[in-house]
Design a protein around this ligand. Structure first.
Ligand code: 3PG
Length: 302
């Protein structure tokens, strides 16, 4: 069996696949080239950089060899999942591996905004000592509103509670309070939260737009380590400029790499380049989960 890994994978995972007898090729291909190459593999493993859209799936289906697409990560929005499955190609992801890392980055952005770390790193390097300007706030006793209450949100909640925060959440599938966190409606979440963090998959349209920002507390902080597009970038910029939003921590963008210079350079924004799952530990676990997915699929037909 030949496995193509296009966006990198932990060495431990690659070694484990080889030890099980899989032949592994690690190489990124541009879409046109991938259309040709994919015909020579039984499975492909991607992160978010490689997009598996219909033309690539058509090429794979015409080749007749590819049986499995593995998203080594959580979000499958870079893959036309239904189309692949219609063509008889299975799609799997590794939803269990990166929650702690994304939760830690979420909390990291919250601390950054609350204590001006994003400013201070820049201004001190420019020779300034702005001790009087950087009067921050504590996270303790603030309300964190989580939109979506899946694995990553729950890990975030655990950490936020340990910091003394009050955690509320809203979710489309779950309507009861749990894990010491209170279920609220979206409107309640918007009006009550000091910090709002999203933990939902891409849905094609923003969850936070102009109307939602208008309902938030003045001076709220917004964190998006979920997916670009779940927050309307234009509405966010307006809310930052008007002062409605005091700060935003953004790891994911509508377009990646982003060209939204206004957002990236906004002085109330802390930015990272989609690194939520980019830790040694998460990637080791993603690698191990990918190996299980592949070996179960080919050995047990799962
Ligand atoms: C995910 O969906 O798993 C995360 O957004 C991480 O994406 P990445 O594997 O491309 O870093």
């Amino acid at each position: 069996m030949r496995i193509l890994v296009t966006d990198g994978m932990a060495k431990s995972g690659i070694e484990a696949l080889k030890a099980q007898g899989f032949e592994v090729v690690e190489q990124y291909f541009e879409p046109e080239e991938l259309k040709e190459q994919i015909k020579n593999f039984d499975a492909i493993v991607v992160r978010s950089a490689t997009k598996i859209r219909q033309p690539i799936i058509d090429a794979a289906a015409a080749g007749g060899r590819l049986k499995l697409i593995v998203r080594a990560g959580v979000g499958v929005d870079n893959i036309d999942v239904d189309y692949a499955e219609e063509k008889g190609i299975a799609v799997r992801n590794t939803p269990n591996s990166s929650s702690a890392s994304v939760a830690e980055l979420t909390i990291g952005h919250m601390f950054t905004l609350a204590r001006f770390l994003h400013h201070s790193n820049l201004t001190m390097r420019a020779g300034q000592w702005n001790k009087k300007i950087y009067k921050g706030i504590e996270l303790a006793n603030k309300t964190l509103g989580l939109i979506g209450f899946g694995r990553i949100a729950r890990e975030t909640a655990k950490r936020a509670k340990a910091l003394g925060m009050n955690v509320i959440f809203t979710d489309i599938a779950l309507t009861e309070s749990c894990d010491g966190c209170e279920f609220v409606s979206m409107d309640q979440l918007l009006t009550k939260s000091d910090f709002i963090s999203l933990h939902v998959p891409a849905s094609g349209k923003p969850i936070l737009g102009q109307e939602e920002f208008s309902k938030m507390k003045d001076g709220v902080f917004v964190i998006n380590c979920a997916r670009g597009g779940v927050v309307c970038e234009t509405a966010l910029l307006e809310a930052l400029d008007s002062g409605k939003v005091a700060g935003a921590g953004i790891d994911v963008f509508i377009e990646e790499p982003t060209k939204n210079e206004k957002l990236v350079n906004h002085n109330k924004v802390s930015v990272t380049p989609h690194i939520g799952a980019s830790t040694k530990e998460a990637q080791d676990r993603v690698g191990a989960e990918t190996v299980s997915v592949i070996s179960e699929f080919f050995n047990k037909g799962a």
